[in-house]
Design a protein around this ligand. Structure first.
Ligand SMILES: *Cc1c(COP(=O)(O)O)cnc(C)c1O
Length: 393
């Protein structure tokens, strides 16, 4: 099976990251001159004789031109050879893990990864014989020791992590993992390729929840994998086709549209988040601010080396769990909701929301923590909102 290509003439002048985000995979239809590639809804494609496909398209699960346009755009912005689009971030993670792992294999997992990733590995793949070991990826010596003690098949890190914004040194971890023969996976959801490109730093695979910054407008649930190795790409392509957790055409089209403004959005998200983080760090009612852009963040130097800005998520710790809950329920511009990465600001209480599934495990989030996804509203309004909320505690 070959990947259908409809876009053989991406604009050759598009080389920089912003240009690639706008043009890669986005060829206009020669019959209409559409500047924006069409949304292809057809579930099946005419064959000019049995098995004689036009452009390689046969059936919507195996290929769709709108999805292909997105996959080419994703590969270009992550600087990878192959990209695959899925119906959710977790569907992408599942396809990758099943492509790589066999019963008895092990995943070495960061101690602060997205709760759903831990749930997938421990509760879905666990019964099929996959093991998981947790390590603090912020500590390279601990990672080296864990890998030496027993080489894992997969090394899985998330940086910045969700929700505590811990930073792992991608270059360092990737070198250790690859030397041990592991597949090194980076969940790049929080940074997005506009700020950080893990494949360039030596990772084997990048995972995304495109639901977050890539989609960027809280109107799509989707996931993606980007990687370079041809043999691994064939395994993932087979599972995408044979299991079928593909993104639908509407979702693929919306994601493509979101990605075109990724760079300007990430710059502004990062600017506003830094302003808010500095403001909160100086506030007497806030015990701690978790944001890698702050100089006293333990991962600041590594983050400054591997990211071009620090992203749009800021977490804070208040004095008590009760005040953290009250804060999350009292903001007026920050909307209380799951998810992050959209143009609108959101507030979440991880312990009982996004990370409820890891309560009581090594990955549990302290109950005093509140997570803020800093949107693109006027910064003064966001500062006023948190000030008024803190004043009411
Ligand atoms: C949301 C999220 C996921 C899961 O993605 P879905 O699209 O919700 O399936 C994975 N990793 C991170 C870091 C996330 O924030």
């Amino acid at each position: 099976m070959t990947l259908p290509h409809i876009n053989n003439s991406d604009r050759a002048a598009a080389r920089g990251p912003e240009s690639l985000a706008i043009h890669a995979g986005q060829q206009s239809d020669p019959t209409t001159g559409d500047v924006i590639p069409a949304l292809h809804l057809s579930s099946t494609y005419v064959q000019d004789g049995i098995g004689n496909f036009r452009g390689g398209f046969e059936y919507g699960r195996s290929g769709n031109p709108t999805r292909t346009a997105l996959e080419r755009q994703l590969a270009a912005i992550e600087r990878g050879a192959h990209a695959f689009s899925f119906s959710s971030g977790l569907a992408a993670e599942d396809a990758l893990l099943r492509a790589v792992l066999r019963p008895g294999d092990e995943v070495l997992l960061g101690s602060d990864v997205y709760g759903g990733t831990f749930r997938l590995i421990s509760r879905v793949l666990g019964p099929w014989g996959v093991n998981v070991r947790i390590v603090d990826f912020g500590n390279l010596a601990a990672v080296a020791a864990a890998i030496e003690a027993r080489p894992p098949q997969v090394v899985w890190l998330e940086t910045p992590s969700n929700p505590l914004l811990n930073i792992s040194d991608i270059l360092g971890v990737a070198a250790l993992g690859r030397a041990a023969g592991a597949v090194v996976v980076v969940d790049n959801t929080f940074a997005s390729p506009a700020l950080q490109q893990p494949l360039v730093l030596g990772a084997d695979v990048v995972v995304h929840s495109v639901t977050k910054y890539l989609g960027g407008h809280s109107d799509v649930v989707g996931g993606a994998l980007v990687l370079n190795d041809d043999a691994l790409a064939e395994k993932v392509r087979f599972l995408q086709f044979a299991v079928g957790a593909i993104s639908g055409p509407h979702d693929a089209w919306l994601t493509t549209r979101g990605i075109k403004t990724l760079s300007v959005r990430m710059r502004r998200h990062s600017e506003s988040a830094l302003t808010l983080a500095e403001h909160l760090a100086a506030h007497p009612k806030v015990d701690r601010v978790f944001y890698p852009g702050l100089r006293d963040h333990p991962g600041h130097e590594v983050a400054a080396r591997q990211m071009s800005a620090f992203g749009g998520v800021v977490s804070i710790a208040l004095d008590t769990a009760a005040n953290a809950r009250r804060f999350a329920e009292s903001t007026r511009l920050f909307t209380l909701a799951e998810s992050l990465g959209g143009v609108e600001s959101l507030v979440g209480y991880p312990d009982a929301m996004t990370h409820a599934s890891v309560r009581g495990t090594e990955l549990a989030v302290p109950p005093e923590v509140v997570r803020l996804s800093v949107g693109l509203e006027t910064i003064e309004d966001l500062l006023d909102d948190v000030d008024q909320t803190l004043a009411g505690l």
